[in-house]
Design a protein. Structure first.
Length: 220
């Protein structure tokens, strides 16, 4: 969702910077890069560590609530689409292709985003607080494939972050990487494109088929 469909990472920059300001601190560029795609708990552990705060679980939980409330207000004002994302969703929906939204964002905040994106595109949605472990663990993608009634290897994941790509690969999905703010390394199970605006639904199927064939040949 964040950084793949909608360019909400910049809104997260705003809310994270505001959180740091409440503690009299400033977020480093290195920390912001590390937080792209991270879960809420991972984010707060990193924030508290950089600020030198006592990692009290109750205090961090309250900070997570503050961050999500602030971000929800930004989401409600409208989310800018990533290039080609809305058109790709429309095309896939027209072909009745099952789609799952898989995000590390918690359900309450994701619902704010879906008000802007449109939940009608997705057969199912899986949020970070609905699985034992968020990305980069494979749990969110394993759950999504299960709910779609598919094996992970039958699915093409579209991701923008190192964290999300690792989660999808670990689950067994083929991955199309569309980097947003942070570079994502290459790999056998993934392909890179600059933008979804450059692709058709046929291109998605071709990319999946090419990677799937190469993986099968390597294991034959």
């Amino acid at each position: 969702m964040d950084g793949t469909l909608v360019d909400s990472e910049k809104l997260w920059d705003v809310s994270l910077s505001a959180l740091y300001a409440t503690f009299g601190g400033v977020m480093s560029s290195e920390t912001r890069t590390a937080l792209v795609g991270a879960s809420a708990v991972e984010t707060m552990v990193t924030v508290y560590s950089e600020l030198g705060l006592d990692p009290d679980p109750r205090a961090m939980a309250e900070s997570i609530r503050w961050l999500h409330d602030h971000t929800a207000e930004l989401f409600d004002a409208g989310l800018p689409w990533c290039a080609g994302a809305r058109e790709m969703l429309e095309s896939l929906a027209a072909e009745r292709t099952p789609m799952a939204l898989v995000t590390n964002t918690n359900r309450e905040l994701a619902e704010h985003a879906l008000n802007s994106i449109g939940r009608h595109y997705f057969s199912i949605t899986v949020c970070g607080d609905e699985v034992p472990n968020g990305k980069p663990a494979p749990d969110p993608y394993l759950r999504a494939a299960e709910l779609l009634g598919l094996e992970p290897a039958e699915c093409l994941a579209v991701e923008d972050s190192v964290t999300g790509t690792a989660a999808a690969e670990e689950a067994g999905c083929v991955v199309l990487v569309v980097p947003n703010d942070v570079p994502v390394p290459g790999g056998l199970q993934r392909r890179h494109v600059d933008s979804l605006a450059d692709l058709s639904t046929a291109d998605l199927r071709r990319i999946y088929a090419e990677i799937d064939r190469e993986l099968r040949e390597r294991t034959a």
